[in-house]
Design a protein around this ligand. Structure first.
Ligand code: ADP
Ligand code: ZN
Length: 607
């Protein structure tokens, strides 16, 4: 290990209180300290930011951090300040005071991290000033935003190469949690004059468990899930603004602390909801995807999708907001035929090039495939990112809930019903025809006398709907256009109907899955004994009180993992406390005495 890497590791402990590098960090930090340009592709929560934070501290120079997340820069600055790292932000939402403070720090030469939005960086000669003031390194967060192939293209990012040149071709470090091969190549080409060192870290997040379920009674399904995580923080993603509000209201009625969040909410209310979620424990944020990119809260214990995500990158990034602290985290994704059709329509209606449309279409197909995956979810997810792996053993499919059967005959019944009714009706109508239900509409259309009417009487509506959804996912049927879109056969559907192809699907049982009472979740602190858990809750309350006093997020005082270690090891003096995960010098000085005292009293109180 080089001398400087040794110093980085010492600072990791003394400043941040962490004992060791996480996988991948040491190599990247060594390369950064050696002056190399770097592209680091690592999953959310793997500690990418540390790869520019530590070098800035060791070199005692200024790093300019470009990020699209203006709303969260203040949060990042606070977080760094809590660790005693001089940081500031310049962006359009910063207050005058914040800007003055940033300039004061910049001029003093003490500043280590300056968080800037790309548009701000381009304005009124800022780069020239930063160059004079000694900016030595450029760190580009969410670097996939530079690429059209990514799922989150930001045109402003295209200007960053110019900024780099204007800063005097400074060393550049690009970071992202999502980049398939095409996006990666594009990022390299657009941000670096010559190829950087590329570090590709496994996308696996083994502490996050993966679960999917077909939408049945979504509100019930979700509140049953939430009931297993009382007092924990989590996010429920929805596909529309309205739905965030109705769901949040429903959860509230059912005794959860739920808050809506979407881009249409009044700015002040939105910020307040975000602050409550960040600062307090046990809040469920019911949000559109507008919420979360760059949310640093490490103790999010679950992420649900009330509606099917638009693509696998988005899904991965959203569930990735759970369990950044490495402790167990849970996910549940609901999906339905409506979601699939809606997403297809959205893509069809977008004002984009045909090439782009094809890309989005393929991304959507991959997402649908993941929902209907007949084998290990994690394997499918990692394969999407080009990573080979074995079955994980603990996703819902591995856990043995899902098998497949040769569904060719059933599929032919459904496809035939679609064909014989003229390829223009929706899933509900087709299921009625199969089930032999003489509705008004069916009689009016004379469909009660066609050959397929009632051939599926032996199965419930629910089974047929599932089968139709799976056929849709398998690309055997598609939606017609028009105001009242129905279903029609694709080439593949015809091949199945005429016996040229077979199809394996997942059986859907006739009975509704019995509403199981959710097992109480073990939570992240499940390994503690009863007394340890009591102490943990006690320390969490203390942390909450300090956080409210100081107006900062609870996790910025200490993360859960630190409290869990305290509750387990029960340090009663500062020397012992210093050895705990997450206790650096600054925090030891700031909060050490309070926590040691609380632990002492707790132990004493027990007699
Ligand atoms: P990313 O940017 O990759 O999503 P972050 O940089 O936000 O992840 O890191 C996630 C959390 O992990 C942060 O709270 C950070 O302080 C913490 N962390 C980073 N490096 C380490 C480490 N070596 N040991 C323990 N925790 C770490
Ligand atoms: Zn699995």
């Amino acid at each position: 290990m080089s001398d400087r890497l040794h110093r980085a590791r010492a600072a990791l402990k003394s400043v941040f209180g962490y004992d060791d590098f996480r996988p991948g960090q040491a190599e990247i930090i060594a390369a950064v300290l050696a002056g190399e340009d770097v592209l680091a592709v690592m999953p959310t929560g793997s500690g990418k930011s540390m790869c520019y934070q530590l070098p800035a501290l060791i070199d005692e120079t200024l790093t300019v951090v470009v990020s699209p997340l203006i709303a969260l820069m203040r949060d990042q600055v606070r977080q760094m300040t809590a660790f005693g790292v001089p940081a500031a932000t310049l962006n359009s939402m910063a207050t005058e005071e914040e800007a003055l403070e940033a300039w004061r720090l910049l001029r003093s030469g003490d500043l280590r991290l300056l968080f800037v939005s790309p548009e701000r960086l381009m304005t009124d000669g800022l780069t020239a000033r930063l160059r004079e003031l000694g900016a030595r390194r450029l760190a580009i967060d969410e670097a996939h935003c530079v690429s059209q192939w990514g799922h989150d293209f930001r045109p402003e990012y295209r200007e960053i190469a110019r900024v780099r040149a204007a800063l005097g071709d400074v060393q550049t470090l690009a970071l992202t949690a999502t980049a398939d091969a095409a996006t990666r190549a594009d990022v390299i080409e657009r941000l670096f004059p010559k190829p950087p060192r590329v570090f590709l870290h496994s996308f696996d997040r083994p502490n996050i468990s993966l679960r999917f379920a077909a939408k049945d009674q979504p509100k019930r399904q979700l509140s049953n899930f939430l009931a297993g995580y009382k007092d924990e923080s989590g996010i429920v993603y929805c596909s529309s603004r309205k739905r965030t509000e109705t769901l949040a209201a429903y959860f509230k009625e059912h005794g959860f602390r739920a808050l809506p969040y979407h881009a249409g909410l009044d700015q002040r209310l939105r910020t307040r909801h975000q602050d409550v979620f960040l600062q307090e424990d046990g809040v469920v944020m019911v949000a559109t995807v507008a919420f979360g990119m760059g949310i640093n809260k490490p103790d999010v214990r679950f992420v649900c999708h009330a509606d099917m995500p638009a693509n696998v990158e988005g899904y991965y990034q959203e569930i990735g907001r759970a369990g950044r602290d490495g402790l167990p985290a849970d996910t549940l994704t609901l999906y339905g035929l409506d979601d699939m059709a809606l997403r297809r329509r959205q893509i069809a209606e977008k004002d984009i090039s045909d090439e782009r449309r094809r890309i989005e279409q393929k991304k959507l197909d991959a997402m649908i495939g993941l929902c209907e995956a007949p084998s290990c979810r994690r394997q499918a997810l990692l394969a999407y990112f080009g990573e080979a792996s074995g079955p994980c053993g603990h996703c819902d499919v591995c856990a043995g809930k899902v098998a497949t059967y040769d569904a060719t005959v059933d599929a032919q019944k459904a496809l035939s019903a679609i064909a014989r009714t003229g390829q223009r009706f929706g899933a509900g109508y087709i299921a009625d025809v199969l089930g032999g239900r003489e509705t008004d509409a069916i009689r009016r259309n004379g469909h009660h006398i066609i050959k397929t009417f009632g051939v599926g009487r032996d199965r419930s509506q629910r089974v047929w709907r599932s089968l139709i959804r799976q056929l849709f996912a398998a690309g055997a049927i598609e939606e017609t256009g028009g105001e009242y879109p129905g279903l029609r056969l694709t080439g593949k559907g015809e091949a199945i109907l005429f016996g040229r192809e077979t199809v394996a699907l997942r059986p859907e049982t006739d009975r509704r899955p019995r509403e199981k009472r959710p097992e109480p979740a073990a939570g992240a602190f499940g390994d503690l004994d009863a007394r340890g858990q009591e102490l943990f809750h006690h320390l969490r309350a203390l942390r909450g009180a300090i956080a409210r006093d100081e107006g900062v997020a609870a996790y910025m005082i200490f993360p859960d993992r630190t409290l869990i270690e305290m509750a387990s090891l029960r340090p009663v003096d500062l020397a012992a406390l210093r050895l705990i995960h997450g206790v650096g010098e600054r925090k030891l000085k700031g909060y050490g005495a309070l926590f040691v005292k609380a632990i002492g009293e707790f132990l004493g109180g027990a007699g």
